[in-house]
Design a protein around this ligand. Structure first.
Ligand code: SF4
Length: 430
């Protein structure tokens, strides 16, 4: 069961804004989940060997498929301006496309090196689109660590697609955000059971199914980090259905309810469709709640999922949030979440990592959610941590995954309580 609804929650809580050194992956990371979703797309990072290593090490442990991404390496002579990098890139892309006729969408992904030498990838994408149309559409976005944190890569990618979508006058629902196919199918099935069948997805699984867009399009976001995509869709005349995000039984119900209200679904039908999966979700969450109840949590800013997750963990799992850090706070998107999050935690935006580490060490929360680079040192200091990146790589949306989402947070606490009785013996043996 969820707590009573606070009227304003954290809506008016002053936000601690920090602009110092940050410890977050760059936007290239999004390629790892985007390439799995978009089956005829290819992501060509225009970057350095460092970028290639990041992708290979992140993807190497997580995928076993034919790669749909690669890196056009900028060599030292490119960086020094000794060769025409645009010509080199044209040649590289022509080679790739002749070898891979399955590619229908090509994304040129900018990186720190391409940004530093001011390589104009937008111009390159336009030139290549003209050369390879109609078989391949070439778009560009930046995943550079100078400009983006890790979930911003998906936002930049989706935002780059919006201006190229065809125009329509049809009244359609657009679901925005890359979900694993099986999870997306669950959402589509719930909506179809309510009679909402004119639904498209961005990104589509294949480019031939790309959504059209226009003044009668209404859209619902499935991820809280899609601020630029939200703005791009508004510019095309589409209207946003504001709602909490579909994490947990409550979040999923409120997200579905907002869409059902927009499409005039009768309350009886809504209740009939959602009752059983909601009950399953609540039961699954209850199992993890036994571990999470009354525990405290501290979020470093990483994925931009922090505020919706804090809402889920405090309202549905009985946790107490001490600090909820987010890289960016898009109020247009997060207002319904802030209204639900009970007053109490520090809400921080941006990062000054040393200051935040000092606060986290003082708080010594039962669980600290942070990036890989901070997790190991904090674990060594005896603090339980959760890697933020797992929350993006694991299916966690909607009713059927609500128990898994709660379990992700319960696991480090359970492991710690299982290991605790062994600790004195291990010390004695040393
Ligand atoms: S884009 Fe920048 S931060 Fe990301 S891997 Fe390449 S060099 Fe590193």
């Amino acid at each position: 069961m969820t707590g009573t609804l606070p009227s304003l929650g954290c809506s008016n809580t002053p936000v601690l804004k920090e602009r110092g050194q940050r410890e977050v992956f760059c936007g290239l990371t999004g390629i790892i989940w985007l390439h799995r979703k978009m089956q005829d797309a290819f992501f060509l990072v225009v970057g350095s060997r460092t970028c290639a290593h990041l992708l290979q090490s992140a993807a190497g442990v997580m995928i076993f498929a034919e790669p749909r991404f690669g890196t056009a390496i900028l060599e030292e002579k490119d960086l020094a301006g000794l060769v025409d990098a645009q010509t080199e890139l044209d040649r590289e892309v022509a080679r790739l496309l002749s070898r891979r006729p399955d590619i229908r969408q090509l994304f040129l992904v900018g990186s720190c090196p391409s940004e530093v030498i001011k390589l104009d990838l937008h111009r390159a994408a336009e030139r290549m689109s003209a050369a390879h149309a109609p078989h391949v559409r070439v778009l560009n976005y930046s995943g550079s660590g100078i400009e983006t944190t890790f979930t911003q890569g998906e936002d930049a990618c989706l935002a780059s697609m919006v201006p190229a979508l065809a125009q329509t006058e049809a009244r359609e629902l657009l679901l925005v955000g890359a979900l694993p196919d099986v999870v997306e199918d669950q959402a589509l099935a719930l909506l179809a059971a309510m009679g909402i069948t004119n639904v498209r997805c961005l990104p589509a699984r294949r480019s031939a199914d790309a959504p059209q867009i226009g003044p009668n399009t209404v859209f619902a976001l499935v991820q809280p980090f899609l601020g630029d995509t939200h703005a791009a869709l508004l510019r095309r005349g589409a209207r946003h259905i504001a709602a909490p995000f579909p994490f947990g039984a409550e979040g999923t119900s409120l997200w579905l309810q907002a869409i059902a209200t927009e499409f005039g679904v009768a309350q009886d039908l809504f209740d009939a469709v959602t009752a059983a999966p909601r009950a399953r979700a609540e039961k699954a969450i209850a199992a993890a709640r036994q571990t999470l109840e009354a525990k405290s949590i501290f979020f470093f800013p990483d994925s931009q999922l922090e505020i919706p997750l804090a809402r889920f963990l405090t309202r549905e799992c009985g946790m107490t949030a001490i600090e909820v850090g987010t890289p960016f706070l898009h109020r247009d998107l997060l207002a319904p979440e802030l209204a639900l999050l009970a007053e109490g935690p520090v809400i921080s935006e941006g990062q000054d990592v040393d200051k935040q580490l000092t606060r986290a060490r003082a708080a010594r929360a039962d669980l600290t959610v942070c990036g890989l680079g901070l997790a190991n040192p904090l674990e060594a200091e005896g603090m339980a941590t959760k890697w933020a990146i797992e929350l993006v790589f694991t299916p966690v949306h909607f009713y059927e995954q609500a128990g898994d989402l709660a379990a992700l947070f319960a696991k480090p606490l359970r492991r710690r309580s299982l290991l605790a009785p062994l600790a004195p013996r291990m010390e004695a043996a040393e």
